[in-house]
Design a protein around this ligand. Structure first.
Ligand SMILES: Cc1cc2nc3c(=O)[nH]c(=O)nc-3n(C[C@H](O)[C@H](O)[C@H](O)COP(=O)(O)OP(=O)(O)OC[C@H]3O[C@@H](n4cnc5c(N)ncnc54)[C@H](O)[C@@H]3O)c2cc1C
Length: 109
């Protein structure tokens, strides 16, 4: 694969001793402004009835009798029968709030 990448883009360092070895070539890939993508998604879900509460850190997940009843946040308690964790690199931190150890390790880039 590194050979194909080098043929595609001759100036790239495709040697074996680079810090992050090249493993993929995505010919249809492009670049997008990250915040524009996030705001675009936010607008769509908001228009479909999802409440987005900004600057509202979850600091705990409340359980009663083995069932999740909601999340504790810096702005107060939010009741919920189901909670989804979508916090990327902080997923292990969140899962730890209910005593779950995820089989992943996060590393800051
Ligand atoms: C420098 C950099 C460059 C990248 N470049 C690319 C690229 O070119 N192409 C590409 O495809 N991907 C790229 N990525 C990866 C891509 O940005 C991520 O995979 C993607 O944003 C993950 O989306 P997500 O919604 O899962 O998590 P995120 O976008 O990280 O969202 C997680 C959210 O959870 C919030 N959160 C965390 N803890 C809590 C808490 N306790 N309470 C409340 N909220 C919390 C965070 O504030 C954040 O808003 C890049 C990542 C980085 C860091």
């Amino acid at each position: 694969m590194a050979r194909a990448v080098k043929d595609f883009c001759p100036i790239i360092n495709a040697s074996d001793d680079v810090r992050y070895p090249i493993g993929t070539l995505q010919r249809r890939g492009g670049t997008a402004r990250h915040d524009a993508v996030a705001w675009g998604l936010a607008r769509v879900v908001s228009a479909r009835g999802v409440d987005i509460i900004q600057n509202c850190e979850v600091i705990g997940i409340r359980r009663e009798g083995g069932e999740i009843t909601g999340v504790e946040t810096v702005k107060g308690f939010i009741g919920a029968r189901k909670v989804a964790i979508v916090t990327a690199g902080h997923s292990s931190v969140m899962a730890d709030m209910v005593g779950l150890r995820l089989p992943i390790e996060s590393h800051p880039l």
